[in-house]
Each structure stands twice: as structure tokens, then as C-alpha cells.
Design a protein around this ligand. Structure first.
Ligand code: ATP
Length: 216
């Protein structure tokens, strides 16, 4: 019998996607021996600060960034909806597409993980996926009270031993590259180069489309 597919999920605004996202995703994919790791750009309320690029541009940049980078992939399901998606809805949609056997791994940073109890229908998340918490090796933080029982029941020390389609939590210790999309937008708005912070194909797209330029 063939083994179940192992699929990772990384959501974000990706405005723009950068080497921090890509290195982190690739390292997790290799560590966890994933068949595919999907970057899923999120829809966003239109009133967020400018300059920022449209959903179509953000998706196009993610597509360019992952092109021919096995096992990274772009997934447009959140942009196809009329409103921003809750993570639980994205997971339900992925589960419907991939079937009950697939092992789903949701990547979240430590800060996002700590906010989990505020997420829509958060207690159902582990019905659909495992959660991989990305944490800095030098971090020394305690989980909030609301998550202690969950961690005690679901935490698995070695992420490679997560088993089944969903339901467990594990930590991946990695040092993020010191890059943010905010920094890249600021560089470009100031007429500075973003070379080596985003893939060359993404940079070419940014310039060709005139993204992130100062408007005055
Ligand atoms: P912004 O600066 O606009 O807030 P960002 O660079 O943090 O954006 P997001 O699209 O918000 O990028 O991030 C998507 C996901 O990638 C989040 O889970 C975030 O924690 C993670 N991430 C962001 N920057 C890095 C990085 N340098 N290394 C690893 N992961 C990152």
C-alpha cells in the first residue's frame, strides 16, 4: 500500500513573498519529508495600509517564487473566495480535495500559535491537520494558559513521528532569516534595491508591474 500524501500548508499575505518564507518552507519540507508544501496567499481587507499589491499580484509572485522548486507550490483557494477565509475553512477545503488519508501539516509561527484560542472554531483545527509550530532555537517562552492542556495532550517531541492524518502538535526549531515583507516594501518605496531578498523572478515582476513604488 502506498503511503499517505504528506502536505504542508503555509498561509500569509506574501506582500511580497521573500527568501525568509521560502527558506523556512523548504527547510520544513525537507525535514518533514513532505510531498508538497503549499504557500496559500490570503485575501485581505481592502483598507490595509498602502502601498500593497493586489491579490492577483501577490499570487503571481508566489507562483514565480515556487516555480520549479520541488516540493513548494502555490495554492489560490483563499483568493477564489469573495471574503477573507478562516483557516478552518481552508483546511476543510483542502481535506475535501486531498481525502481523509492525507497527512496535513499547518505551519504556524510561535506568536500565531499563542493566539490560536482567538481563531474561528479553533478547537476543530486539529480535526483536519497536525500543527507545526515554528520556533526560534533561542526562544524561551511558555505557552499561554489556554493552550497548556492541549499541548499536554497533543504535543509530540519529534515532528517526524507525527502520525495519522491530523490531531497532533510538534515544534520545529529554526532560525528565521532577518527579512520581512514590510522591510522590502520600504526599501522599494525609497528607491532602494530588494535584490537577494526576493527571488530574481519576483523582483523582475515587481519592477515590470511597478509595485511598491512611492506614489508621490
Ligand atoms: P509583513 O512584514 O507584511 O507583516 P511578513 O514578512 O511577516 O509580512 P507574512 O506574509 O505576513 O510575511 O508571513 C507569512 C508567514 O511567514 C507567517 O507565518 C510568518 O510568521 C512567516 N514569516 C514571515 N517572515 C519570515 C521569515 N523571515 N522567516 C520565516 N518565516 C517568516
Amino acid at each position: 500500500m502506498s503511503r499517505a500524501a504528506r502536505i504542508g500548508i503555509l498561509g500569509g499575505t506574501f506582500d511580497p513573498v521573500h527568501i525568509g518564507h521560502l527558506r523556512s518552507a523548504l527547510e520544513v519540507a525537507e525535514l518533514l519529508e513532505l510531498d508538497e508544501l503549499r504557500l496559500i496567499p490570503s485575501a485581505r481587507p481592502p483598507h490595509r495600509e498602502t502601498p500593497s499589491s493586489s491579490a492577483e499580484h501577490r499570487l503571481a509572485m508566489v507562483r514565480l517564487a515556487v516555480e520549479a522548486v520541488v516540493p513548494l507550490a502555490a495554492d489560490d483557494r483563499e483568493l477564489a473566495r469573495a471574503r477573507p477565509s478562516y483557516t478552518i475553512e481552508t483546511l476543510e477545503s483542502l481535506r475535501a480535495e486531498l481525502g481523509e488519508q492525507a497527512q496535513l501539516f499547518l505551519l504556524v509561527g510561535w506568536d500565531a500559535f499563542c493566539g490560536l484560542p482567538t481563531w474561528h472554531r479553533w478547537t476543530e483545527l486539529l480535526d483536519h491537520c497536525h500543527i507545526l509550530v515554528l520556533q526560534r532555537p533561542d526562544a524561551n517562552s511558555d505557552a499561554p494558559e489556554a493552550l497548556r492542556n492541549l499541548l499536554a495532550a497533543r504535543n509530540v517531541a519529534d515532528p517526524l513521528t507525527l502520525c495519522g492524518a491530523a490531531g497532533q502538535i510538534s515544534f520545529v526549531w529554526q532560525t528565521p532569516l532577518a527579512v520581512s515583507a514590510t522591510q522590502i516594501r520600504q526599501l522599494l518605496a525609497n528607491g532602494r534595491s530588494a535584490r537577494f531578498l526576493v527571488p530574481d523572478a519576483v523582483l523582475a515582476y515587481i519592477h515590470a508591474q511597478g509595485l511598491y513604488r512611492a506614489t508621490n
